[in-house]
Design a protein around this ligand. Structure first.
Ligand code: GDP
Ligand code: MG
Length: 340
């Protein structure tokens, strides 16, 4: 008798129509590992979804990367670097925290902006806990107020006020700003941290874990994101492009990976298109005699090698798609699909 037929098989009841071929499970060692892994959590294990919400540029992606100890989320000094919902999965013996990094909530001016705000708002009702990130080195702005109102109106989960960038705040101003943020809503708690240098963030993580419900592991222990490797590669390349291009064409770029292949010698070959909106922007991305594109490619290669832990070849092409940020069909081609 195979394991599948045993009365204690938890899957037998859920999927009674599955063909019960003897040996079907045993054939794939990966499946066995996965089942063993999901079953291995002990008593008192906690799990849940934690949404990182806030206006653009307050440090949501920086905090996620710090907790995951990777560069999963694209970070840059430009606002609106994060465009899609991104799950970052932290697995420990006692807990699995599924962080939901979101684009900042802002007043949209393009269809891409619409899409980003929509993505952020949809993360709110699904969360077990919400971290409302703000930049405590400045007083609250209208944008912070809008986000707070949205959370107070729409969130059922507890909301923790996270006063980030304490390292950048003038000490005599910090309390004044903190007070001004505290009155924006009814918060279940607060923390003052620096996502950049790590002050306060390990303690906040422990509190986050303690506030999650008891529950199982939702994802295998080694999985750190729900995104495909291609998407992560595209994000890493886009991050380097945004850094290199600075204020020249802030949000006009999108990156789509065309080819992602592992070669026999263990190297990774990645070919990607960088899309811009105008012919003039194409010239800027390529630079004098290709110098800018070369810089982007080199920086991307370093970031990709760090992330994938292997040698990487990157080939980048620059293409014009007129006004892609304003057109639904082009947005979908770039991976920004509202229905997804
Ligand atoms: P997001 O738009 O909320 O995801 O913000 P990012 O994580 O992309 O960060 C925006 C900018 O703020 C980047 O330049 C970060 O390096 C910077 N930043 C994030 N956290 C901190 C912090 O704790 N202190 C300081 N000084 N800068 C930070
Ligand atoms: Mg971000």
């Amino acid at each position: 008798m195979s394991d599948r037929e045993s009365p204690t098989d938890p899957y037998a009841a859920e999927w009674p129509d599955l063909p019960l071929e003897a040996g079907a499970v045993e054939d794939d060692p990966d499946d066995i590992d996965l089942l063993a892994d999901l079953a291995s959590v002990g008593e008192g294990h906690r799990s849940g979804f934690v949404a990182l919400i806030g206006k653009p540029n307050v440090g949501k992606s920086t905090l996620l990367n710090a907790w995951l100890e990777t560069r999963l989320a694209a970070v840059s000094p430009r606002p609106q670097t994060t465009r899609n919902r991104l799950l970052g999965i932290l697995t420990r013996d006692d807990a699995q925290v599924v962080f939901v990094d979101t684009p900042g909530i802002h007043r949209p001016r393009t269809k891409l902006g619409d899409y980003m705000v929509d993505v952020a708002q949809r993360a709110i009702p699904d969360a077990d806990l919400i971290l409302f990130l703000v930049d405590v080195s400045h007083p609250p702005t209208q944008a912070d107020r809008r986000v707070a109102d949205l959370l107070m109106a729409g969130a059922e989960a507890p909301v923790i006020l996270v006063l980030n960038k304490m390292d950048a705040a003038q000490p005599e101003r910090l309390e004044e700003h903190a007070d001004a943020f505290r009155v924006l809503g009814a918060f279940a708690g607060e923390a003052t941290i620096s996502a950049l240098n790590g002050d306060g963030s390990p303690e906040l993580l422990e509190r986050v874990v303690s506030l999650l419900p008891l529950g199982p592991r939702y994802y295998p222990a080694e999985q750190i994101s729900d995104q495909q490797e291609r998407f992560i590669a595209a994000e890493l390349i886009r991050e380097q492009a945004m850094r290199a291009l600075r204020d020249e064409i802030p949000h006009a770029t999108a990156v789509v990976v065309q080819e992602f292949t592992e070669r026999k010698n263990g190297t990774l070959y990645i070919a990607a298109n960088i899309f811009v909106e105008k012919d003039s922007q194409k010239g800027i991305v390529i630079g004098k005699r290709g110098a800018q594109l070369k810089r982007i490619g080199q920086a991307a290669r370093t970031a990709l090698q760090d992330f994938f832990h292997c040698k990487v070849y990157v080939e980048l092409w620059v293409k014009v798609r007129k006004d892609w940020r304003r057109k639904d069909n082009l947005l979908r081609q770039m991976g920004y699909d509202r229905r997804g």
